[in-house]
Write a protein that binds this ligand. Structure first.
Ligand code: 3EB
Length: 313
């Protein structure tokens, strides 16, 4: 059993709750990875002070830190985070390699060897030219980290990767003691097969990951954007990009979500704060029944204006 919601409660109240697998704050614009909570470096576009909560049920949570990996675990899930400094602008590849190597080593030595969802947040994601663009360096380092732990393309779980306006690379993940199932989106080229024009190393993630937790089915939809095939569509057109993103999410819900699960939460990343009102209005009409959080973030391709991830049960 895993629940995700955005809470208005103050952090100290949330941390007093039993069953708390993870609390991620999107508020201060700084990064911290502590055993009890993570601060993402991202800031909300909404007024409300919402914390991202991942909660289990009737379970005992233990926690600790090993090798700069800060973790909390239940009988079924592991939440783990790590941050890596970016000493200079060419350090993204080595920072990503080190962060993933460290995390995957920790995960591999734990009882929760199956990552089912990754989040990657880093500063200045679109700066740098050509293959030195920060996101592209990050992709190269991440793949090296995955490869040194013997991961193949089809083992990559769902993920998001966006830019914050703080320092340091932050990576956090949810893992389990059973494997999930990773899914493609038939409207898109698999990210790990993108052609080289998007960078010498393709991104390492699946479009969605499904997981069975006892009686409950979970479906994690990766950060999803206005990409058809491998190309960005509706450059410069916010509504066009939101609608294409919706089409991709609906496609995943139809194609990979055999259990007909519903979206419970949406995390919406918006490049330009002035696009928040239009985006919120559109998504409230299209997806009235889920809880949404809106964050100010750069998207990994400079021509993308929005990216949306979902958690479904
Ligand atoms: C895309 O579909 C948009 O590098 O982990 C979405 C989700 C995106 C995850 C990642 C990148 C990542 O290519 C970008």
């Amino acid at each position: 059993m895993l629940r995700n919601y955005y809470s208005l409660q103050p952090l100290n109240k949330l941390l007093n709750k039993a069953n708390m697998l993870a609390v991620i704050c999107h508020a201060s614009g700084t990064i911290s990875t502590k055993v009890d909570s993570v601060s993402s470096g991202l800031v909300r576009l909404q007024e409300q002070d919402l914390c991202e909560v991942w909660e289990v049920e009737n379970d005992i949570i233990t926690s600790g830190s090993d090798d700069d990996c800060h973790w909390r675990q239940s009988s079924e899930f592991l939440f783990v985070s790590t941050a890596a400094p970016l000493a200079d602008e060419n350090a993204y590849e080595s920072a990503a390699d080190e962060a993933y190597t460290r995390l995957l080593k920790f995960i591999g030595s734990s009882d929760f060897k199956h990552p089912i969802r990754f989040w990657n947040y880093m500063p200045a994601i679109n700066s740098g030219d050509g293959d030195l663009e920060k996101y592209k360096q990050f992709c190269t380092g991440r793949l090296k980290g995955f490869q040194s732990s013997n991961y193949q393309n089809r083992n990559f779980p769902a993920a998001s990767a966006v830019g914050h306006h703080a320092d340091d690379l932050l990576v956090y993940a949810i893992c389990s003691n059973k494997s999930g199932e990773h899914h493609r989106n038939e409207l898109q080229v698999d990210a790990f097969e993108y052609p080289k024009q998007y960078g010498k190393t393709s991104p390492s993630f699946a479009r969605a990951t499904s997981f069975v937790s006892g009686e409950q089915d979970l479906f994690f939809i990766s950060g999803t954007a206005s990409i058809i095939g491998h190309a960005t569509v509706f450059e410069g057109d916010l509504l066009g990009q939101i609608k294409t993103t919706e089409t991709n999410i609906v496609q995943l819900l139809k194609q990979a979500n055999k259990k007909r699960l519903h979206i419970q939460t949406m995390k919406v990343y918006i490049r330009h704060p002035e696009d928040f009102a239009v985006t919120e209005k559109y998504l409230d009409e299209s997806f009235p029944d889920c809880q949404k959080v809106y964050l100010h973030a750069d998207i990994c391709r400079s021509d993308l204006l929005v990216e949306i991830e979902c958690f479904c049960t």
